[in-house]
Design a protein around this ligand. Structure first.
Ligand SMILES: *Cc1c(COP(=O)(O)O)cnc(C)c1O
Length: 476
């Protein structure tokens, strides 16, 4: 073999084949050149040097371009059993919200334009009427998420002043959201009140002084204190604040707009309850139980909301038009609470019956078992779903799951050093994540479990079933 036969043709010639011309047409010449250079580099780096072959070179270019074209952010099946899963995007939007987003994306909108007056408007106007109506508050505004809402409220109302908070409520929500840190970032001084398990009204009375800006209550979303406990009822705290001329601020976290017990779900405080109990400002998320897009909602007394809206941080934390469109459409669904459980996906998922989920699990088990073959055993098991996103941490919803474990006889563990290390459930989970529409489950008791609560439409079920045969090729 001569050295010449080892060398690839010049770049121009390389791009001149039918396959490469088709790739250039589909992905553009610039992108194709970039992957072609990478593929050439790969060929050069191999030892021992092989003769240059166009076919594997072109296949490598095509695969690289396809990978680049695939979206990084893409849909998955949330079969974790946690309905509002922060890592999986929390609330699923209602069709009304999706349509509203698409409509404002396509062209110009009256985002900050008052159509009646023909002049500048306020973007909050699209949602503040609904928020007032649904919470009973005098005024409302909205920002990027609830963490931003808390930050903004504290920055606007408690700059360089003191804020008493019960020691039982100094929570971390996950990520970097910790009440003491947010306080500091907002320029407020946290005054810890009471103890971890018990805080009384007199603790607050003693903590309030000339430097107090407001009193804050934080809903202990993601944990529960049980046993010998005491906290101050909202009405008493609100009355104390009123007597001392201080705003009472409540961070509700999840904040559902309706009484969930109506659908047999655990009770969760609503902003309307807080407002009627005397809270002056209430903050809550739009993408937790409310079932809307990511946003932080702030409702309360007119003068306080005005001060909050005027703070420069409001401009930095404001909502974009797509979120506002989805939020408005979602809030409108609440005007008809009788049909909410059918129309709002979050509530529909939370109210799915165990019997319905079990039937679906039994429907899908044979196809899954067939795809996985003799390597695995598929069972239908009862399980409990979680609401998630820091809502109602103690209460669980009866559900059913597909539980996949090693077939009887094998222990399902591959020894370290063998081709595929790790336990069978780990490898199964990996294979599920590698499907075109990745399936995310959870590993429990040596099994991969797929809670089907969130697979709630016929379309979703069909899409899930359709890709199961691909698992037959997975190396487990
Ligand atoms: C979830 C939560 C937050 C943060 O809300 P995001 O919308 O995730 O920013 C703040 N406070 C409480 C009590 C929460 O539960």
């Amino acid at each position: 073999m001569t050295t010449a036969s080892l060398r690839p043709p010049a770049t121009d010639k390389l791009l001149d084949s039918d396959a490469m011309r088709a790739l250039a047409l589909q992905h553009g010449r610039v992108a194709l050149l970039a992957v072609a250079r990478e593929a050439l580099g790969h060929w050069r780096a191999q030892t021992p040097q092989q003769a240059f072959e166009p076919a594997p070179f072109e296949a490598r270019c095509s695969a690289a371009l396809q990978q680049q074209a695939a979206p990084a952010l893409r849909p998955v099946f949330n079969l974790t059993g946690t309905v509002l899963h922060t890592n999986l995007g929390r609330a699923v939007m209602a069709p009304e919200a999706i349509a509203a987003v698409v409509a404002v994306m396509r062209g110009a909108s009256n985002l900050e334009y008052d159509l009646a007056a023909g002049g500048r408007g306020d973007r909050d106007d699209h949602v503040d009427g609904l928020l007032k109506e649904l919470t009973g508050a005098e005024a409302a505004t909205a920002v990027n998420n609830n963490a931003a809402a808390v930050l903004l409220v504290l920055a606007a109302l408690a700059d360089r002043k003191e804020v008493p908070v019960s020691r039982g409520e100094l929570i971390e929500i996950g990520g970097a959201f910790r009440i003491p840190d947010i306080m500091r970032r907002a320029g407020a001084k946290l005054v810890e009140v009471g103890t971890t398990n018990r805080t009384h009204l007199r603790d607050f009375e003693e903590a309030i002084g000339p430097r107090t800006a407001l009193v804050m209550k934080v809903h202990a979303s993601n944990y529960a204190i049980q046993g010998f406990t005491a906290s101050v009822p909202v009405t008493e705290l609100a009355a104390l604040c009123k007597a001392r001329g201080l705003p009472f601020v409540e961070d509700l976290g999840s904040g559902t707009l309706v009484d969930l017990t109506r659908w047999g779900l655990p009770a969760e405080p609503t902003p309307a309850q807080s407002i009627s109990a005397g809270a002056n400002v209430v903050t809550f998320s739009a993408d937790k139980l409310l079932g809307g897009p990511q946003a932080g909602l702030i409702v309360g007394d007119k003068l306080l909301i005005q001060r909050i809206k005027k703070h420069p941080l409001k401009r930095a934390l404001r909502l974009d038009k797509m979120t506002l469109a989805a939020l408005e459409a979602t809030l409108k669904l609440y005007r008809d609470p009788d049909r909410l459980a059918q129309r709002l996906p979050t509530l529909r998922l939370l109210t799915r019956t165990e019997a319905d989920i079990r039937l679906q699990t039994e429907r899908l088990a044979p196809a899954l078992a067939q795809a996985l073959g003799t390597r695995c055993q598929v069972q239908v098991l009862a399980c409990r779903s979680q609401i998630g996103s820091g809502s109602l941490p103690v209460d669980r919803l009866p559900s059913a799951c597909l539980a996949i474990g090693a077939a009887a006889g094998g222990n399902g563990v591959v020894k370290a050093g063998s081709k595929r290390a790790g336990s069978l459930p780990d490898r199964l989970a990996e294979a599920m994540r590698a499907l075109p529409l990745p399936v995310i489950g959870r590993i429990e008791d040596g099994q991969l479990r797929l809670d089907l609560r969130c697979l709630d439409s016929a379309d979703a079920e069909a899409a899930f079933a359709e890709q199961l045969p691909l698992l037959a090729q997975a190396t487990l």
